[in-house]
Design a protein around this ligand. Structure first.
Ligand code: PEP
Length: 253
């Protein structure tokens, strides 16, 4: 089996508000994560701040974007293409984040974006997750549908380049209802693996990185990795604080 790096993703969302602040945060993270081995630190700033990776050189940090458009070029006002991102040094892209799904992205759009990213050799961080849990298990069908529709037409060779981020909407952001537990993540991780195994095969399922995201902080990072078996973490709010983000990396690695 190929060696897989752990992955910790910083999703800055629509923050910070200035170039100067972006540089300060990036420099802070960069100073804390020099010469890391077997772990990819992926920083996903908003589009206008993608330039900072060129300014602040650090091989331990990979650049990620928060979205991608599925057309290559042309009359698509406001959109950003895969070639543009590639040209900026982007290696990963978050696709299907619940905040984008809430605005516009359907499973079909998410699938088109994943296909585009893969064809451009940008690794998708494919986000899935339900808005609420119910005792009849409808949330499980919801997750299954997101996976099946999001991975439509993606080959066995291609799917291995995708990172699947399970982010229950009820545990994300400042409006979170509550934190998820590592055992809740374990159950869903096994469930995702089973679906991937049915769609492809068990060998392929074992080679896909499944990570947790949703209110990750320095207190719960280690349990999600150790007890929950997460291959990494997707961090929102706490990735804007170099101190908290580097603590999360140190605990998770
Ligand atoms: C996210 O929205 O991807 C996320 C993980 O946010 P937070 O860590 O702030 O819950």
């Amino acid at each position: 089996m190929r060696e897989l790096n752990k992955i910790i993703v910083a999703n800055w969302k629509m923050n910070p508000q200035s170039k100067k602040e972006a540089e300060i945060i990036f420099r802070g993270i960069s100073a804390a994560v020099k010469n890391l081995k077997n772990i990819d630190i992926v920083v996903c700033p908003p589009f206008p701040f993608l330039f900072i990776k060129e300014k602040i050189k650090n091989k331990s940090i990979k650049l990620g974007s928060q979205d991608i458009f599925y057309e290559k070029e042309g009359s698509f006002t406001g959109e950003v293409s895969a070639p543009m991102l590639k040209n900026m040094g982007v290696e990963y892209v978050i696709v299907g984040h619940s905040e984008r799904r809430a605005i516009s992205d359907t499973n079909t759009i998410v699938n088109k974006k994943i296909l585009t990213a893969i064809k451009s050799r940008i690794a998708p961080i494919f986000c899935i997750g339900e808005s609420k849990r119910d005792t009849n298990g409808f949330y499980l069908s919801f997750i299954k549908e997101q996976l099946i529709e999001g991975l439509k037409d993606i080959t066995k060779a291609q799917v291995k380049n995708i990172v699947i981020a399970y982010e229950p909407i009820w545990a994300i952001g400042s409006h979170a209802v509550r934190e998820a537990t590592p055992s809740e993540f374990t159950e869903i991780r096994i469930y995702i693996k089973k679906i991937i195994s049915d769609m492809y095969d068990i060998k392929t399922a074992n080679e896909i990185r499944i990570i947790y995201g949703g209110s990750v902080n320095p207190f719960n990072a280690e349990p999600f990795v150790k007890e929950g078996g997460s291959f990494g973490l997707l961090v929102g709010r706490d990735s804007l604080s170099p101190k908290k983000f580097s603590a999360i990396i140190n605990l998770a690695k």
